[in-house]
Design a protein around this ligand. Structure first.
Ligand code: 7QS
Ligand code: ZN
Length: 261
């Protein structure tokens, strides 16, 4: 059977282009952000998230990440402003992390790899549905938040990490309600933005990235908890779900803009 994509040597990022040709495109993500090449853009206003805590539905382990799913049937939880035109609907959030605290993020900032990167995925309802939005250059907006291991962990991450024990194996899902993901935002709203792609197959180049400059802090124990997720199902040998990040992709002349000086 066609080996489903993943992060192992036989189905990992170097193989994705075999089934998903977009993976070799000119606007792929993630990329390294080098502050010396970043262009401050005065026209970049603040972004605004207005999320309805009642839109949160479930949390699941799909064998590749831990994902919280929201009701996106109408404009209930939306992101607007910044580089965006119109209101983008929050569909899900998920994380990418490493096998140890010294790496795990997808984007790299001036050579710095963070322990993890949280993605809040939003789509543009003018394109009808999520599948349609994937085909449009302005179809999807992802807010990326870096997770840094430190001494004063952000208590708001606890809610997600407390659910890990209920979704240990691939396919496990649990109710996850009354959750406003904006509590995860750092104090500063400063961000970088550039045009890129899904960091997983089908690698569609439909994403306006909004990467927050200020990381949020997690503890080493919280990262260890995340690494107890298994990429295999409950009746299979345990394989730790770690290193679900895509390596850096070529910038190919793209300009990264900053909302800050
Ligand atoms: O930012 C991204 N991270 C991912 O895992 C990709 C993705 C995959 C499926 C749904 C939404 C986003 S795109
Ligand atoms: Zn992601």
């Amino acid at each position: 059977a066609q080996s489903v994509w993943g992060y192992d040597s036989d189905n990992g990022p170097d193989h994705w282009h075999e089934n998903y040709p977009m993976a070799k495109g000119d606007k792929q993500s993630p990329i390294e952000i080098n502050s010396k090449d970043v262009r401050h853009d005065n026209s970049l206003g603040p972004w605004h998230a207005s999320y309805d805590p009642g839109a949160a539905k479930t949390i699941l382990n799909n064998g590749r990440t831990c994902r919280v799913v929201f009701d996106d049937m109408f404009d209930r939880s939306v992101l607007r402003g910044g580089p965006l035109t119109g209101a983008y609907r929050l569909r899900q959030l998920h994380l990418h992390w490493g096998s140890s605290d010294d790496h795990g993020s997808e984007h790299v900032i001036d050579g710095v790899k963070y322990a993890a990167e949280l993605h809040m995925v939003h789509w543009n309802p003018k394109h009808g549905n999520f599948a349609g939005a994937l085909k449009q250059p302005d179809g999807v907006a992802v807010v990326g938040i870096f997770l840094k291991v430190g001494k004063t962990p952000k208590p708001e991450m606890k809610r997600i990490l407390e659910e890990i024990d209920n979704i240990k194996t691939k396919g496990k899902e649990a109710p996850f309600q009354h959750f406003d993901p904006s509590i995860l935002f750092p104090k500063s709203r400063d961000y970088w933005t550039y045009h890129g792609s899904f960091t997983t197959p089908p690698c569609e180049e439909c994403i306006t990235w909004i990467l927050l400059r200020e990381p949020i802090e997690v503890s080493s124990d919280q990262m260890a908890k995340l690494r107890t997720l298994s990429k295999t199902g409950e009746n299979e040998p345990v394989k730790p779900l770690v290193d679900n990040w895509r390596p850096l992709q070529p910038v190919k002349g793209r300009i990264v803009r900053a909302s800050f000086k």
